[in-house]
Unconditional design. Structure first.
Lengths: 535, 322
């Protein structure tokens, strides 16, 4: 118990100082005057209800499409699979204005559905599809396939196998994917604002307009409180689904993954249109515009390496890329270390009911950053880290730190269910052989769930690379990142700026692809083992 | 195990402490808090630094509204020494909260006007609208896109214009006519201009857009002519101010910076760097501006108290557009 408490100290200090302190600080400043009044207003409850149902619907659609996607992309193999896995991940971190530009490819179809909510939900699926596919897929990949194969051999059809064997086994990953997607969709800001024309209101857009336009801190704080409660309730509900710590046998390798064949027609039939229409088409639109707008493809990129002919950027895109990559390395490393530690501690066996309760509370503490308004948190940083004792505000480290706070929940949602689902017999054997708990984690458990660890690393990196809210929180002139540079390009008239903005978007997509591709590559040893048929 | 955990705790504390050791800002650096649209060329920045002896550091704090709110939140420990970009709708917030040491100095202005796509109107052989009242005519059905006043400052400027032109009792009637005439409302300026407007890079479907009187200077085509022009009547003038922040760590540097912004060198760069007009009338505009982007002929809404009425107006407007 002592060791465990000591283990919790580091992540708790981290999240306490970097999340709960500034959040509490700003909320307490807002809880003055008529803030309580906002908790009782009908309009705010209407907005809350809309926030909930659109997030539920987005989450449901994302999961329904993601299961066949995860099956074909992770449980089967086919040529070009890794490229497609990396491609579908790009939307997750695209700045909203780019998403909206990409979605103009559907502009001619808008007379079919003039309701902006349709497009908001489509964009939510576009953004979260890869997160769900990878959460489910990397878990699925680690599962031992024997049960499924046995079922198939004994004559069970694909559907029956899926329904009665695979889905129950996948439950921890499904719950995790649902929780993350729901929180992302409920706190979604840019998509809601841009695709909704500013006329569709969710909690997050109301908070932003209260804080930024109306300068009404009490209202923003009251709504942020509702938002926090919503996250806690969503978490509670996801937990009643039960935890599947039933000791699933995880396969140690993917050597026996079979090629996709004709019997997988349904999964292909669902995934192919999703990939082509929903994921690839909007991205193609951006790349296309890089060729056709501004001064042309090459010139747009050449312009990017400078500060623009009118020097509207305070630094070149090359410098901004370096800033972005530096922030990414720092924040992803911190998020991975803290996230793995938290997952490990959460997954330790609990002795009695009170410690179960403690674990649940700790679990939700580390989930909350996903569902909270970046505007509110940003304001919290401003009032908290101005001077003594922690003048964080003045340093460039504030951006990667706040980004790591946002990435930790994602890492935990990915690693924790995988650790819980691990078969414990290996661990017992190792413990008998005299291995310490730490050695077991490092040498046995993490390698067994390595696909999940790769996924967690990729998403932690993407959260940082695409994050705009925190980076624009206080963007020091020479510390601008790619998304902030993109935004300053697209907020000025002129074809040259627009062309550069499109080139920057294409560049961000390319960079994302490379980052994800590199992180998810097999180590040379694994690849060799596979070639030799030893894996 | 215990050792590792101890190391983790120490590392966490150390990294926080490390982050706390910020480079102390000395009196030789002046920090300018500004909105995201601020730009200054390297040459000009060097000139300021050599002339004044201060190093210039920029902090971009969101759009003008977000920036002002951040300054209000941090007024006891300001995030910089000087501010640029508080506009005339926000000056009252600044004075109510005693953000500024001394007075705000006007630096530049921009006119929020409707722009239209010259080519589109020529092709259709349609006369262009002369003022905002004309937009409700059936001739111009489904042609106009504006940004939402609740989420963009140009949109708010246009809402103020309509209140000035049609009065408190008439503006909602005008907006409902616009709505019936197929007005498109989008979230921000960039969505309106770059996504929906037909005269710019997005190749949208709407030939009339709410933008600035300066925008046509940036749509000059190969034939040397601009594809767009502004309707120079019923425009709203946004004036931007700079000032020394109260409790600034380096008030002298801040004063020098504000003075520099009023200088000819800085003023004459404003059109090219920030797409706005200098307040110093003796500064001549670039050629393309003189030709294609003159300032507005008639203004509206100057006398309105936007800061005080924003909430009420937005509430009434939002009822109509939801």
């Amino acid at each position: 118990m002592n060791k465990k408490a000591l283990g919790w100290a580091a992540p708790l200090i981290f999240i306490g100082v970097l999340f709960f302190w500034p959040l509490g600080n700003i909320l307490s400043k807002g809880f003055v005057g008529d803030w309580l009044f906002h908790l009782l207003k009908a309009r705010d409850w209407q907005i809350t209800w809309f926030t909930v149902w659109q997030a539920l619907l987005s989450t449901f659609l994302t999961l329904v499409l993601a299961v066949p996607g995860a099956y074909i992309l992770y449980r089967k193999k086919f040529p070009g699979q890794r490229a497609i896995r990396s491609l579908i991940t790009i939307p997750f971190m695209l700045p909203t204005i780019v998403v909206a530009t990409g979605f103009t490819i559907f502009r001619d179809a808008t007379h079919l559905w003039s309701n902006p909510i349709v497009w908001i939900i489509a964009a939510h699926v576009f953004l979260n599809y890869s997160l769900a596919v990878r959460t489910i897929g990397s878990f699925w990949m680690s599962l031992d396939l024997q049960t499924e194969e046995a079922a198939a051999l004994s004559g069970a059809g694909h559907f029956r196998t899926l329904w009665s064997i695979s889905l129950p086994q996948l439950k921890p990953a499904l719950i995790s994917a649902a929780a993350s997607t729901f929180l992302y969709c409920s706190a979604s800001y840019g998509v809601m604002l841009v695709l909704g024309g500013g006329q569709v209101h969710s909690l997050e857009t109301e908070i932003a307009s209260a804080a930024n336009t109306l300068l009404d801190l009490p209202k923003a704080s009251a709504l942020a409180l509702i938002q926090t409660l919503l996250s806690v309730i969503a978490f509670g509900i996801s937990q009643t689904g039960g935890r599947a710590n039933i000791g699933i046998e995880l396969g140690e390798h993917d050597g026996n993954v079979k090629r996709a064949d004709r019997r997988d027609w349904l999964a292909i039939l669902i995934t192919l249109p999703v990939f082509v229409l929903l994921i690839a088409a909007p991205m193609f639109q951006i790349v296309w515009k890089t060729f056709t707008e501004g001064d042309g493809f090459v010139a747009n990129f050449v312009n990017l390496t400078g500060r623009g002919t009118r020097e509207i950027l305070n630094l070149s895109v090359v410098d901004a890329t370096l800033n972005s990559l530096r922030n990414m390395l720092i924040s992803a490393s911190i998020a991975l270390v803290i996230g793995v530690l938290v997952s490990f501690l959460l997954a330790l066996p609990t002795k009695n009911r009170s410690s179960v309760l403690i674990v649940r509370v700790l679990d939700v503490l580390f989930l909350l950053p996903l569902g909270i308004s970046t505007v509110v948190l940003g304001f919290g940083y401003l009032v908290t880290f101005g001077g003594y004792p922690l003048p964080l505000r003045e340093t460039w480290l504030v951006v990667p730190l706040i980004q790591s706070v946002m990435a930790v929940p994602l890492v935990v949602r990915l690693i924790y269910p995988a650790l819980v689902a691990l078969d414990k017999s290996h661990l017992e054997a190792a413990a008998t052989a005299g291995a310490t708990r730490w050695q077991i984690l490092w040498l046995i458990e993490l390698p067994m769930i390595r696909f999940t660890v790769y996924t967690a690393a990729a998403f932690a990196a993407l959260v940082s690379l695409g994050e705009f809210g925190a980076a624009s929180l206080l963007a020091y002139g020479d510390q601008a990142t790619l998304p902030t540079v993109l935004y300053s390009l697209i907020s000025k008239p002129g074809g040259e700026n627009y062309g550069m903005a499109m080139a920057a978007s294409t560049f961000i997509m390319l960079l994302t692809f490379v980052v994800v591709f590199v992180i998810s590559r097999e180590s040379p040893r694994e690849a060799k083992a596979k070639r030799n048929g030893l894996a | 195990m215990q050792k590792l955990l101890k190391a983790a705790v120490i590392a966490a504390i150390a990294s926080l402490a490390l982050a706390g050791c910020s480079p102390t800002v000395d009196n030789k650096t002046v920090v300018l808090v500004t909105h995201d649209s601020f730009a200054i060329s390297k040459t000009l920045q060097k000139q300021f630094e050599t002339e004044s002896g201060y190093k210039l550091k920029l902090v971009k704090a969101g759009d003008a509204g977000a920036m002002t709110n951040k300054l209000v939140l941090t007024k006891d420990q300001p995030i910089g020494d000087a501010v640029f970009g508080i506009d005339n709708t926000l000056t009252e917030v600044a004075s109510d909260n005693q953000l500024i040491d001394g007075a705000l100095a006007a630096i530049d202005f921009g006119d929020v006007c409707l722009n239209y796509d010259i080519d589109w109107f020529a092709k259709k052989n349609l006369a262009t609208p002369a003022n905002i009242s004309a937009l409700t005519s059936s001739k111009y059905k489904n042609l106009t896109v504006v940004s939402n006043p609740a989420s963009s400052s140009s949109g708010m400027a246009f809402l103020a214009t309509t209140i000035a032109v049609f009065g408190e009792e008439g503006y909602l009637g005008y907006w409902s006519k616009l709505k019936a005439n197929g007005l498109k409302v989008v979230a921000g300026w960039e969505d309106a201009y770059f996504t929906e407007f037909s005269g710019s890079s997005g190749h949208g479907k709407y030939p009339i857009v709410l933008s600035y009187s300066s925008s046509p200077a940036f749509e000059i085509r190969d034939n040397g002519k601009s594809q767009t022009a502004s309707i120079l009547n019923d425009c709203y003038r946004q004036t931007e101010y700079a000032g020394v922040l109260a409790k600034a760590k380096n008030p002298n540097g801040a004063k020098a910076l504000v003075e520099f912004m009023k200088s000819k060198a800085f003023q004459s760069e404003l059109p090219e760097s920030m797409y706005v007009y200098p307040v110093d009338e003796s500064v001549s505009l670039p050629e393309s501006w003189a030709k294609f982007a003159p300032a507005a002929n008639t203004l509206a809404g100057d006398e309105l108290d936007v800061a005080g009425n924003r909430k009420v107006w937005l509430k009434a407007w939002s009822k109509l557009f939801e």
